[in-house]
Ligand binder design. Structure first.
Ligand SMILES: Cc1cc2nc3c(=O)[nH]c(=O)nc-3n(C[C@H](O)[C@H](O)[C@H](O)COP(=O)(O)OP(=O)(O)OC[C@H]3O[C@@H](n4cnc5c(N)ncnc54)[C@H](O)[C@@H]3O)c2cc1C
Length: 504
């Protein structure tokens, strides 16, 4: 603690939770429910949104829908997806506790407010080229099936009922450690411009959401992220939890991980590698971008199977000039997208946002006026608008159409059901890049969510959950398990809260 700092106020609790987001709110609820005097602080003037899609293995709603997942198959898929660069103990911990977390939320938060989880009915294992899992639980109104409802306000009410002392506009500045034990934090009251000391007898749980808004940390820990993404969608995440924990003996994953949507856009003539802006909205977010339509580099050449997890096409584009690629599609794109039958929030029918083909078309067409999506009567004109060699683009489309006609993608192996020729004008093209939804690499923790030091010993009194914690993802998030990032945060938040509450 900085000896020169003027501390004007002191607060005491058993369990302190830093960050009112997906992990933090669950952690605070669990600690308070277990009888601990709990303080939850949040630097912004309101809490962060609890995500609508939350994954689980074997929740009540999944059982109601008849969605069965073999836990061992799933854990091994997740491990393989990360090339084994994960702590499999943590993945099993999630698989063993995710259902109890979403079930608790359903009983305690959703049902009293006229909601229930709806288990995604049509996510499935298709084949080895495109595997997906019915993990998703969405909060649906009981009296209006198909309509999703936010549940964050109900969760806040539940926290108040449980006696959690919630403070907004209070930001953690540093962690206090005395005689080897974390005893709380120093926080800054943004409204009254004063510093506070918060003492936490049993535990301090860091849930500040990772570091995707901190370009210096991205440059240090995940420089590629700044090149392949054009937007950051988590402007609150400055890396405070990870940075401060490292100062008191914690350490982090050695390899980066992040959740990226391939729906960022930029205009012809711009360079993807030089654009990185903040957005909290879905503004300039092309839902169609995740559809596996023909994708070409800036020379008009196809370069990969487009039917891949969101981030893979961006990774493939990193081997192409300027990391650039454009998606090319034709007038039939609405019907073609229906046939593609995507999962999670890429599918048409995604409750709350993309319910119909018409909604997808409306979202796409609005970006013509905004200058992102190019439309043309001929491929020559399209190439011109995209600033691409005409001959090459025409040659690529002809070859692609040939594969579509045969029903066999001889060049990159895309499944037959996703091969749609580009032959019906008008023709469309748009330059796409990533949206960094959040970083997923974080502090090394054990299965109790305690932050560990370099001797692999827990740092007494210190916990991390959600995107402040690591060991669970490496490289990319797999959207083939819809809701996994939110579920990791919520499940591990709950486990951290429970464990901290049990301490002396
Ligand atoms: C647009 C969007 C869509 C997404 N969709 C999905 C999805 O469909 N499925 C899925 O699984 N995941 C999704 N995610 C990811 C998911 O939201 C995150 O993985 C999850 O929110 C992480 O939870 P968290 O508690 O770690 O962080 P957050 O929920 O981000 O909460 C962190 C909180 O900590 C606060 N904070 C930060 N620093 C401090 C400080 N110093 N002091 C006090 N408070 C602080 C922040 O203001 C914030 O409120 C999406 C993310 C975005 C941005």
């Amino acid at each position: 603690m900085d000896a020169n700092l003027k501390i004007t106020k002191e607060l005491d609790c058993d369990v302190l939770v830093v960050g009112a987001g997906n992990a933090g709110m669950q952690a605070a609820a669990a600690a308070a429910e277990a009888g601990s005097k709990t303080i939850l602080i949040e630097k912004e003037e309101n809490e962060n949104m609890l995500r609508l899609s939350v994954a689980a293995v074997g929740s009540k709603s999944q059982k109601r829908a008849g969605n069965y997942i073999d836990k061992h198959d799933l854990v091994n898929y997740m491990t393989a997806f990360a090339q084994g660069r994960v702590d499999q103990k943590l993945i099993y911990t999630w698989a063993n506790h995710s259902a109890e977390t979403v079930d608790w939320t359903e009983e305690q938060v959703l049902k009293p407010n006229g909601l229930s989880w709806r288990s995604e009915p049509d996510a499935f294992n298709r084949n080895l080229r495109y595997q997906a899992w019915p993990t998703q639980n969405d909060p649906e109104l009981d009296n209006n099936k198909g309509k999703l409802s936010p549940y964050t306000p109900f969760f806040i009410e539940k926290l108040k009922d449980l006696g959690v002392d919630i403070h907004f506009k209070l930001a953690m500045k540093s962690i206090n450690k005395e005689s080897g034990k974390v005893t709380g934090i120093i926080a800054y009251d943004l409204e009254n411009e004063i510093y506070l000391k918060i003492n936490a007898k049993k535990g301090t749980i860091l849930c500040t959401g990772g570091y995707s808004a901190n370009t210096e940390l991205l440059e240090k820990w995940n420089p590629l992220s700044l090149k392949k993404n054009v937007t950051n969608d988590s402007p609150r995440a400055n890396g405070d939890g990870i940075v401060e924990a490292i100062k008191v003996g914690g350490w982090k994953d050695e390899e980066p991980a992040q959740l990226v949507f391939d729906r960022g856009m930029y205009k012809p003539g711009e360079e993807a590698t030089k654009v990185y802006k903040e957005s909290e909205e879905f503004g300039d977010w092309l839902w169609l971008g995740s559809q596996p339509f023909l994708k070409v580099n800036k020379n008009g050449e196809r370069f990969a199977n487009e039917s891949s997890p969101y981030e893979y096409i961006l990774n493939a584009a990193a081997y192409e000039p300027d990391y650039a690629y454009a998606m090319i599609f034709d007038a039939n794109y609405g019907d073609d997208a229906l046939e593609n039958h995507m999962v999670g929030c890429a599918r048409i029918g995604f409750p709350g946002y993309m319910l119909s083909k018409e909604a997808l078309i409306e979202n796409t067409e609005k970006y013509i006026d905004k200058g992102f999506v190019q439309v043309a009567d001929s491929l020559e004109e399209l190439a011109e608008k995209l600033q691409m060699p005409k001959d090459k683009l025409i040659q690529t489309v002809e070859r692609y159409n040939e594969c579509c006609e045969k029903g066999i993608d001889e060049d990159f192996g895309k499944e037959k059901m996703r091969l749609h020729p580009v032959k019906q004008g008008p023709y469309y093209g748009v330059y796409l890049a990533g949206r960094n939804l959040c970083t997923l690499d974080g502090l090394r923790i054990n299965t109790n969510m305690q932050v560990i030091d370099k001797n692999y010993d827990p740092i007494p009194g210190l916990y991390a959950a959600g995107n402040d914690s690591g060991g669970f993802f490496c490289g990319s998030y797999s959207e083939r398990l819809p809701g996994l990032a939110a579920s990791r945060a919520q499940t591990f938040g709950r486990l951290a809260g429970k464990h901290a509450a049990q301490q002396d």
